[in-house]
Design a protein around this ligand. Sequence first.
Ligand code: ADP
Ligand code: MG
Length: 240
Amino acid sequence: MIKTKNLHKSFGDLDVLKGIDLDVETGEVVVLIGVSGSGKSTLLRCLNFLEMPNEGEIIIDGRQVDLKKDDLSNVRAEVGMVFQHFNLFPHKTVLENITEAPIIVKKMKKERAEKEARVILEKVGLSDKADVYPGKLSGGQKQRVAIARALAMEPKALLFDEPTSALDPELVGEVLQVMQDLANEGMTMVVVTHEMKFAKEVADRIVMLDEGCIIENTDPHTFFNHSTNERTRQFLEMVD
Ligand code: ADP
Ligand code: MG
């Protein structure tokens, strides 16, 4: 579903991604980990073309994205993104937040967009919040709205960048539960997270970035129990 070949990204003199080859199968959940500054967010942002790679290829659902010719808003509609800080529109209701992109980008009729949004809201457990403004919601509820908003575009894959890092500990579980439900339904997902329990239980594969390179790419059991990589051992001691 998502493939990169020799992906490079630098900011000025700083080489952040140094030739990333990543392959995410349809329905697969890949958890992306690594210390702060290792390039996790930059990689996700490249997959969604919020950052333009300097070199390499990105193939989405079998089609190589052409930065010069393709309409990137269409590509972004195929690969949704959920951010650490929700990024909801504060002056729009929950329902308006969710229906905005389907109406504007997908040219969906308002009635249909609202009907579908209500179905998705039910899925994330927020049916009663449709007409509320984000300011009235808890962090966990805001993040579930952000997930609903991404789902409303019917993406082929979803990217999560530390979706629970900004939440109070007691609100983390409700967001992870929604993500686990999506995984169980077969959604293709790339998740940057420090929640190792989620990684162990939900990930099909763990990819570890270190200084812009993939240093581990393996199943969770092997990663957590049998890694011989020194950097991995250090990382696991740090997050435990
Ligand atoms: P991570 O998400 O793993 O913490 P990032 O991808 O955010 O890492 O950042 C990797 C490196 O790239 C860091 O050194 C960061 O300061 C740098 N970086 C990220 N975005 C930018 C940017 N827009 N301009 C300049 N440097 C950036
Ligand atoms: Mg980051």
